[in-house]
Design a protein around this ligand. Sequence first.
Ligand code: PMP
Length: 391
Amino acid sequence: IARSTEVIVALDRELQPPLYAKRGLALVRGEGIWLWDADGRRYLDLMSNYGVNILGHAHPRVTAAIIEQASRLLSCHQSFASDVRAAFLERLLAVAPAGLTRAFLSNSGTEAVEAALKFAWAATGRRRIVAARRGYHGRTLGALAATAEKKYREPFAGLLAEAEHVPYGDIGTLTAALDEHTAAVILEPVQGESGIYPAPDEYLRAARELTRQAGALLIFDEVQTAFRTGAWFACQHAGVTPDLLCVAKGLANGVPIGATLMTEEIAAALPAGVHGSTFGGNPLACAAGLATLETLAVDSLIPHSADVGAHFLRRLRELEHPAVREVRGRGLMLGIELKSRSTPVLKAMQERGLLALPAGTVVVRLLPPLIITREQVDEAVAGIAAALDAA
Ligand code: PMP
């Protein structure tokens, strides 16, 4: 299968529906923070494939766990118990905010959200969802009801569950939106897809208090923020524990996985059979997830991401580049808001061997693997400055 970038990119375009804005790049190998394309060019990974490979690529510990598990047992339906699933759940729930004692396992972020919404509807008997403007929670029909973006929603008008989208960060409108029909409020502690907007801690605390008063549940969607903001979970900065917490992306360093963490009360309110998944909790994903969580702890990557993330933010702010409106973020979840569209800057970065992501239309999003060093941050900042000049 040794084909050139040109050939692979053409096949990729021809054989799939045109749903993605393609980058014109075929990635074939990764090691640590580095990625290589089919023509042998090397790139510094500042995007972790949308936040997935948080330990970098081909991490020896995760690779060994995958190989060991694949040669022992690849599938184990959830109606059977599994040694590695039990060990993974123990480890995950040990780092979760206190009070979240159980987890439903699935295969993606959208599925983690879909489950959280279904659990909230089932546990409360209520139907209204309150979500945030600019919020992104996935594109299956339940998750899409919570997602704000008009272009994702409009083709499915009439099919979506009842949801109100309130301005993110505004306590007054959140207060007004909650009533006795509200099943849940769902929020990202830092909005990712729409442009890296960290919520003030007071907003998350108010959401906790207001949902409690209204008899509604609080769902935090940490699909993008988990492990990345300088805490295990971003809600821990604010000292707020939600009723339901969605995790996915980095949880197994690249093997598909999703988890919906919940309180004992919610678990007790779920009738048997109300939700399920064939692949959820499979031994391969659990083995990779266990190795990922162990590595995060053993290599102190949570405090490291707080430290190196603060350095990254400071260095980007010091650029004071005329094309930049604002730099925002927490830990290793950073956004550079430009005064015009981000596409030319992302292209110029790619040409300089740096891979980053768009968020919204004018933000360059940086979600590097947590193993990034200060020296690599400095190298990235120099490349970003050159790309800003060139674009
Ligand atoms: N929630 C959030 C906050 C996300 O960032 C994403 C993915 N970008 C999702 C949900 C959906 O996750 P997935 O693409 O794994 O289904």
